[in-house]
Design a protein around this ligand. Structure first.
Ligand code: IMP
Length: 192
């Protein structure tokens, strides 16, 4: 286990089993279709890479990068698109893949933004859901795990750009981010 982490919340094996289930469910729901799977950089990359390989339907892939927090740990609701889609999604079935839904502000903004582009359908898949901190209701169609209100890292999720490579999802020690926030007031990597 990493020194900065308190404990493992979800093991590599638990994550893999759940991702397989999600893949089966999504494959059933999209039978006969070829959705565009849109990953939100960078947090969703590892989840999306595993998820698409658990699908039995053909898909295309695209990515967006957004910055949601600016220089504070509290989500401001102001989302900036740093990298937009390469596809024109008009008439396409789009599945948005995110690492975690926390306040819901990021996904809510993305959902509304993508809906204005006229997709045939738009669904949302998140690996983790922290319902305790929700500020706006955003409809999540596929969710891997509901988790408590703790700051987690690993399997793509970061703190200040670190820990994304860890294979398990772990709870970060509070002292790691409180010390840094006191000093700099700048905990979040703004690349989602
Ligand atoms: P929301 O707009 O508050 O729902 O924020 C979602 C984004 O916040 C995610 O895409 C993550 O980048 C980040 N985030 C929220 N909670 C965590 C966490 O526990 N660990 C790592 N990143 C998180």
């Amino acid at each position: 286990m990493h020194n900065d982490t308190e404990r493992v919340l979800l093991t590599e094996q638990e994550i893999a089993a759940r991702v397989r289930q999600l893949g089966e469910e999504i494959s059933r729901d999209y039978a006969g279709k070829e959705p565009l799977v849109v990953g939100i950089l960078k947090g969703a990359v590892i989840f999306m890479a595993d998820l698409v390989r658990c699908l039995s339907i053909p898909v295309r892939m695209d990515f967006m990068a957004v910055s949601s927090y600016g220089a504070s740990s509290q989500s401001s609701g102001v989302v900036r698109i740093l990298k937009d889609l390469e596809h024109n999604i008009g008439g396409m079935d789009v599945l948005l893949v995110e690492d975690i839904v926390d306040t819901g502000l990021t996904l809510n903004y993305l959902r509304e933004n993508l809906l204005t582009r006229g997709p045939a359908s738009l669904k949302i898949c998140t690996l983790l859901d922290k319902p305790g901190r929700r500020r706006v209701n955003v409809p999540v169609d596929y969710n891997g795990f509901i988790i408590p209100d703790e700051f987690v890292v690993g399997y793509g999720l970061d703190y200040n750009g670190r820990y994304r490579h860890l294979r398990d999802i772990m709870i970060l020690k509070r002292e790691v981010y409180t010390a840094k926030e006191d000093n700099e007031n700048c905990p979040a990597d703004d690349g989602s």
